[in-house]
Design a protein around this ligand. Structure first.
Ligand SMILES: [Mg+2]
Length: 314
């Protein structure tokens, strides 16, 4: 395994736009902890998303491991350069959300993450594919895509939670819910007004778990469709989602699948892992086990024993 081969360096790919506040300081500490551990580290500061992908592709065959300093977008860029590579990736949670790092319970403390780098096991994880592009986390179609499109139009530099306020507020009042036709594994399962999410992991922004039962290495993607025509229905859906009871609602579809097509009555915006995605129609599939990640042993989750955890196949 590459990671045990100490003749190879650990490549650290750094997004210079990630890590505001205390996390900036953590990068310096991470460098010194890695040096103290006697690791041979080659650091690279990325210039763009494409640059991160290209760098990852170049160094993967020669690396003991690739460590990413950045948010979910940077992790995605690196993943895109390392599909089917035997070299493992470890994501340092240096962005705003860090959904993947949270899902995998990756620590942000530099000492603990270096311990993870050296000692934690690796897992082959699934990668989602939408219209030919890879994704690791979650896609939103409709309302969600519109929010991210509006945010991206006004974005300058670092994004905080506050950056989302006006795009969400305006989208909430102005959004016209599209009519969607959704075909999962060859069968039409929805043909109505609404919004849809497809997840490889359970976490969504601000702690919501829309694709509540999604697991990143089960060979399936999770689909959630909220039937919705009016803003008032959206508020109710949001409340049930906060309580993680939305799969039990009559007007919500929760289904696991391998292939999915979404068409709308007009081109509709999507977001892919928090960035602007392609407009509909979307063709979504799964590439099982295509990426190797370093993942600390799981701590038991209190959610696992929630009494109302439903059956996602229903
Ligand atoms: Mg899955």
């Amino acid at each position: 395994m590459n990671r045990k081969d100490t003749t190879r360096p650990v490549h650290l790919i750094v997004n210079p736009h990630s890590g505001h506040g205390g996390k900036r300081h953590a990068l310096g500490e991470l460098r010194s902890v890695m040096s103290d551990a006697g690791l041979d580290v080659v650091e690279y500061i990325t210039k763009s998303a494409e640059d991160a992908t290209r760098r990852a592709r170049e160094v993967a065959p020669h690396a003991r491991a690739v460590m990413v300093w950045g948010g979910d977008g940077t992790v995605n860029d690196v993943v895109n350069g390392m599909i089917s590579s035997p070299t493992p990736i470890l994501a340092y949670p240096a962005g705003t959300e860090n959904l993947l790092a949270k899902e995998l319970q990756i620590p942000s403390d530099p000492r603990r993450i270096v311990e993870t780098l050296l000692n934690s096991p690796t897992r082959q994880c699934d990668v989602g594919v939408v219209n030919g592009h890879n994704f690791m986390l979650i896609i939103g179609v409709g309302f969600d895509g519109e929010v991210v499109r509006r945010l991206s139009a006004v974005r300058t530099g670092h994004i905080s939670y506050l950056s989302y306020f006006w795009p969400i507020w305006r989208t909430f009042w102005e959004h016209d819910f599209p009519k969607m036709r959704i075909v999962a594994d060859g069968r039409e399962i929805f043909n109505d007004f609404g919004m849809a999410f497809v997840g490889n992991i359970s976490r969504y922004a601000v702690g919501l778990r829309i694709c509540r039962d999604a697991v990143f290495d089960d060979g399936l993607l999770d689909l959630v469709v909220f039937s919705c025509r009016r803003q008032s229905a959206l508020v109710l859906h949001a409340a049930w989602t906060l309580l993680r009871r939305h799969p039990l609602k009559g007007d919500v579809i929760y289904k696991q699948f391998k292939n999915l097509q979404i068409e709308c009555d007009r081109p509709v915006s999507s977001q892919v892992d928090g960035d602007v995605g392609p407009d509909t129609p979307l063709d979504i599939s799964l590439a099982p086990g295509k990426i190797k990640l370093i993942i600390p042993p799981r701590r038991p989750s209190p959610w696992a024993v929630w009494p109302w955890k439903g059956n996602p196949s229903q």
